[in-house]
Design a protein around this ligand. Structure first.
Ligand code: ZN
Length: 386
């Protein structure tokens, strides 16, 4: 039936009939998926794929059946799981678990835990299954990294469902298979059409992949930020905004720029006030024709009575920023062989001539050290025993 004909047929159906039609389609698709899994089990156990000229079951699924790689991976994982744990098939038949759910638990099922885990996941939604799987897995430590991945169209402010969903997967799937984002659709055509960026074409730009693991609280906050901002903000937009706000507050260069702006404003204000005063004074002088000339002159109150400065450990913010900027936010400790520490963690401002020995807050007397080298410097100067 052509799409046009199908559209006209569907248009004549009532809402109730459409719902029933959809339910029937999903039901038969589910049954079909079990049939495919049964076939896959046989194809693998008899090595049919090899005899047919395919290098692997994955090759068979992707080349012969035109399954997308994620879909092929999901089917294969589920088929193997079903073969090793027959109860999985029963759950599938009873529709107590989806194919996605099976592919998710496939990596953690063992003879000793299968009964318990299958009991736990039975009838659960995919997100709940993910939580169960996550609670049973010890996630490997994710190494933070930023790496260039080449030219790519910018994602703009829009959300790619795949990007977003993947972030909230508590644990990565087995290395061999990269499942896509359509968790709810077990057997739908996941040929990739739904993961395209829904934004106007933009010029490709250099893009980077950033990896890090995050706590549950971070994910909750991120989810909240997403809700607060707008669902159309993607992760890049949200985190980018948060980073910009943070830099606006903490970046010494920006603080210095603001300070200069403030000072320039103050100076221009005092200049215009001085001009106004001069104008008023001139007008007054003209009015009194030079009378009482000496009485209006003011000295400079306060100047002659400079209070002796109170010594304080507090290093003014502009000086701190200047030290950090000059030392490029790195520990400046250098060994006798000329090797510099270069650490960027736990940085502290150190007085070269210690404050307790009369060292001042001048730029020349201040430097950046990491906590460990600051303590070492103090030990070397017998300031502390730690
Ligand atoms: Zn150091």
């Amino acid at each position: 039936m052509t799409t046009k004909k199908m559209d006209s047929v569907l248009a004549k159906l009532s809402n109730h009939e459409i719902i029933q039609k959809g339910d029937r389609a999903v039901h038969s698709r589910h049954e079909l998926s079990i049939e495919i899994l049964d076939c896959l089990v046989e194809i693998e156990s008899r090595s049919i794929f090899l005899k047919e000229g395919y290098s692997s079951l994955f090759d068979y699924c992707t080349r012969r059946w035109h399954h997308s790689p994620p879909k092929a991976g999901r089917f294969i994982a589920a088929a193997r799981c079903m073969k090793n744990f027959p109860d999985v098939r029963n759950l599938l038949v009873q529709r107590r678990i989806t194919l996605c759910g099976v592919s998710r638990i496939a990596g953690i099922l063992t003879d000793s835990n299968s009964d318990r885990i299958l009991r736990e996941v039975s009838g659960k939604r995919f997100v709940e299954i993910e939580k169960i799987v996550a609670s049973l897995k010890i996630a490997p430590r994710t190494r933070e990294s930023i790496r260039p991945i080449g030219l790519q169209e910018p994602a703009g402010g829009r959300v790619r469902s795949a990007d977003y969903e993947n972030l909230f997967q508590p644990n990565p799937l087995p290395e061999n298979y990269q499942f896509d984002s359509d968790f709810t659709s077990d057997l739908g055509d996941l040929s990739g059409g739904n993961s395209q960026i829904d934004s106007p074409k933009e010029k490709p730009e250099h893009r980077y992949e950033i990896r890090f693991s995050a706590s549950e609280e971070f994910c909750r906050d991120l989810e909240r930020a997403k809700t607060v901002c707008s669902r159309s903000w993607n992760l890049e937009a949200i985190l980018g905004r948060a980073i910009k706000d943070l830099l606006e507050k903490r970046d010494p260069e920006r603080k210095e720029a603001r300070r200069k702006k403030r000072e320039a404003r103050k100076q221009s204000k005092s200049r215009s006030q001085a001009k106004r005063r001069t104008r008023t004074k001139t007008a007054g002088q003209l009015a009194t024709e030079g009378g009482a000339k000496g009485t209006g002159e003011k000295g400079s109150p306060g100047k002659g009575t400079t209070a002796s400065p109170v010594r304080s450990r507090h290093i003014p913010a502009h000086l701190r920023d200047a030290v950090f900027t000059r030392d490029k936010w790195r520990c400046t400790y250098t060994s006798s062989l000329g090797i510099q520490c270069d650490s960027t963690a736990h940085l502290q401002i150190d007085h070269i001539t210690p404050y307790c020995r009369g060292g001042d807050h001048s730029l020349e007397n201040l430097r950046i050290l990491c906590g460990k080298h600051n303590r070492l410097a103090a030990r070397e100067m017998s300031l502390t025993n730690r």
